[in-house]
Design a protein around this ligand. Structure first.
Ligand SMILES: Nc1ncnc2c1ncn2[C@@H]1O[C@H](COP(=O)(O)OP(=O)(O)OP(=O)(O)O)[C@@H](O)[C@H]1O
Ligand SMILES: [Mg+2]
Length: 368
């Protein structure tokens, strides 16, 4: 196989199509239809200045990019980690935009063979930004090829099979890899170490989410009063994507049941209807707590068991529900399994049975 047999642009298009399809699927799981995806894209900040919150990451990134610009070099590889919907894809797009370079998109699951990656890499131009979403799901051989590409801007393309196989080294132009992962812990050390800069995205504060909701309401032309946006922000699980989604649901409610203005009362009623509680917990979050407390007496229980009990994939429980429950102090991860904290019992309106295995954390001491 020569590169001519396998036009690189076609391979890239395939990778992009596969990437977009997967993203579409996971967004559908999150309840978005194609229209909503278009809205989500329209709400994405386009430059670092437009990004709300994440001050530290923004400052660090802006420094890395500015330094690269002034040296006229491609910036170091960047790893973005954090729970879904906090802005990893947004930042990847911004990195390319700030460097005035095209962004190539692909994702770990789309790269099943090292050859897929070789095709993508050999199609890059100098300075391109290659975004690999869900980089922790890449196949092992592709990962090993990526080590070499990141460090030496070179890949070994294997031609043929068995004893007759030969490795042909292929130079690739300097590029910037931007990897995104919801599970930095699953990345092998050698891969993690090859990123020059790692940004951990944190959940957003209510005031930041409020700013995001106000910005989005402005862009969507939705009239909203400050108490209305604050109510949405406080129930958004610290997550911009959720804030934007809740805004759209509240807007629907306001249009159909009221005069179209998002007020606190309208937000309140709409979010109750969509089963988002006052702490921002959604059905899955509550299901996890419910099973943990009612069926397993507060734990400890393994995450796989928990996932089966709520009828979800283990990854969804681990990557979507748990980080927020941990953050709000309702769930603790212990070596023996997941444990409900006193906050979880209170939230469910239950009293913990005597001997419930509370994890030792500050909430225990504060409660005294
Ligand atoms: N800092 C921010 N300021 C304003 N809006 C933001 C910010 N971060 C994210 N958003 C909004 O949230 C939406 C989701 O962000 P994004 O797609 O970048 O998340 P992600 O981290 O890539 O999620 P996933 O892990 O599911 O891929 C974006 O469409 C954007 O509108
Ligand atoms: Mg993303």
């Amino acid at each position: 196989m020569t590169p001519d047999d396998h036009p690189q642009s076609a391979a890239l298009d395939d990778a992009e199509a596969a990437y977009l399809e997967r993203r579409a699927e996971s967004l559908t799981e999150l309840g978005a239809d194609p229209d909503e995806r278009a809205v989500e894209a329209a709400l994405r900040p386009r430059s670092l200045d437009e990004v709300i919150g994440q001050h530290r990451v923004r400052e660090q990134l802006s420094l890395v990019l500015e330094a690269a610009r002034s040296r006229e070099r491609t910036p170091d590889h960047v790893l973005l980690s954090g729970p879904p919907g906090l802005g990893k894809t947004t930042l990847a797009m911004i990195i390319a935009a700030e460097m005035s370079r095209p962004l190539r998109l692909t994702s770990g699951p789309a790269i099943t063979h090292a050859g897929d990656l070789a095709a993508i890499l050999s199609g890059l131009n100098e300075g391109d930004v290659l975004f690999v979403d869900e980089i922790h799901r890449m196949s092992r051989p592709a990962e090993e090829m990526l080590y070499l590409a990141m460090e030496d801007f070179r890949v070994d393309v294997i031609i043929g099979k068995g004893p007759g196989a030969t490795a042909i080294p292929l130079e690739i132009p300097p590029f910037t890899l931007v990897g995104a992962t919801t599970r930095a812990g699953l990345l092998p050390g050698p891969l993690r170490d090859r990123f020059g800069f790692t940004a951990h995205l944190e959940f957003y504060e209510p005031a930041e989410l409020d700013e995001i909701v106000r910005r989005s309401a402005g862009l969507l032309g939705v009239p909203a009063d400050p108490e209305g946006t604050a109510e949405i922000a406080s129930r958004s699980r610290g997550t911009p994507r959720i804030a934007n989604r809740l805004l759209r649901r509240v807007r629907d409610y306001a249009q159909v049941r009221s005069d179209g203005v998002v007020t606190r009362d309208i937000a309140h009623r709409a979010l109750d209807l969509f089963e988002v509680d006052h702490s921002g917990l959604d059905r899955l979050d509550r299901a996890v707590l419910d099973v943990l407390c009612r069926r397993f007496g507060g734990g400890p229980v393994g995450v796989s068991t928990l996932a089966v009990a709520v009828g979800e994939e283990r990854e969804t429980v681990e990557e979507v529900a748990e980080p927020f429950l941990v953050r709000v102090g309702m769930l603790a991860r212990t070596p023996r399994g997941r444990v409900a904290t006193p906050g979880a019992w209170t939230h469910l309106g239950l009293s913990a049975p005597a001997g419930a295995p509370f994890a030792v954390d500050e909430t225990l001491f504060e409660a005294d």
